[in-house]
Ligand binder design. Sequence first.
Ligand code: UT7
Length: 338
Amino acid sequence: MTPAAVLCGIGSCLPARRVGNDELAGVLDTSDEWIRSRTGIGGRHWADPDTATSDLAVGAGRRALASCAPEDRPGVDAVVVATTTPDRSCPATAPLVAARLGLGPVAAYDVAAVCTGFVYALASASGLIAAGIAERVLVIGADTFSSILDPADRTTSVIFGDGAGAVVLRAGHPDEPGALGAFDLGSDGDGYDLITVRGGGSEQHLSAAAPEPGRAYFTMDGKAVFRHAVERMSRSSRTVLDRAGWELSGLDWMVGHQANRRILDRLADDLGVPRERSVGNIAEVGNTSAASIPLALDDARGAGLLKPGDRVLLTAFGGGLTWGSATLTWPGPDRFVS
Ligand code: UT7
C-alpha cells in the first residue's frame, strides 16, 4: 500500500501589530466602509521591520510540532516552506527554519506558488511521503507581504496581511481520519503579469544604476484576478472532489484561499456549498497569501468547528497564475495535544 500523508499537527503565528482599516484610512484615500464592503477585511497584522518571514514560520512550525500527540512527535524528515517573501532571494528560507527549530540535517526547501503555495507544498510533501522519501514532513505557509507592498497603493495595501500557518504530516493509511486524499494543481502563465513584482529578479535587476524602488513593489490587476480566482477555484474544486469520489453535497467544510470575502461567497454559490460551510478568518487577518489556508484551518480548529472525520475541501488561487485543491478528512479527537 502506498502511504498517505496524514495531518497530525497544526499551528499558526501572527505578528503582534494589528493594523485596523481606520489606521490605513488615515494615510490612504480609503475607508473602513469601502474595505469591509469590497473585501470583508476588518484588519490585518503587519510585521515590524525587524521581523522576517522565517520568524513567523518558526513560530507556526514550533506550535504545529508541539500540537502533535506524543506518538507523532519523533522528528520530521523534511521541511517545506511555501512563501513569496523569503528572507533572502538566495538561499531558501526552509533550511534556516529547520535549523532554528532544531530539526537536524533534514531536507528543507521552499515552494514558490504565491497564494497557492501552501496547497502546492502539501502536494510536494504528500509526494515525499508516498514515495517513501520521508515519514514526517513539516509544511509551512509563511508570508510577510507588508515588506513588498507599495505604501501608496490603496488597491493592494488594504488587502494583504502577514502571518504563518503550519501542519505536520506523517505517513499513514489513506482511510484514516486526517488523511489527505486527492489533489488538483494547475497554472496559466498567460496571466504572469496579473500578480507580480517586476524588479529584483534576473529579468529586471535592481542595481545602483537603476534604483527605482517602485519596481520592487507588488502589483495586482485586481479585477482580472477576481474573475480568474472564482473560475479556477470552482473548476479545480469540482475536479478534486471528482478524483476523491466525494459529492459536493457530502462536503462538511470548504477552506478557500482568503483573498476576498466576495470571492469566497461567489465560489460557494457557484459550487452550491452553503456560505456558512465556507470557513475563514479574512475579517481578522486579510489575505496572508501562502499562510492563508493553514491560518484559516487552525482558526477553525480553535473555534471547534472541525469534527473528526469531517470532509474538508482546500482550494487556493494565486499569482502565476496558479491554483490548487486538496481533500482532507479531519483527524480524530486524540490527535492534537494543544
Ligand atoms: O491572493 C491572490 C489573489 N488575489 C485576489 O484574489 C484579489 C482579487 N481582487 C479583489 O479582491 C478585488 O478586485 C479588489 C479588492 C482588489 C478590488 O475590488 P473591486 O471591487 O474589484 O474594485 P475595483 O478595482 O473595480 O475598483 C472600484 C473602485 C475604483 O474607483 P472608480 O474607478 O470606480 O472611481 C477604485 O479606484 O474602487 C476604487 N478603489 C478604492 N476605493 C477606496 C480601489 N481600491 C480602493 C480602496 N479604497 N482601497
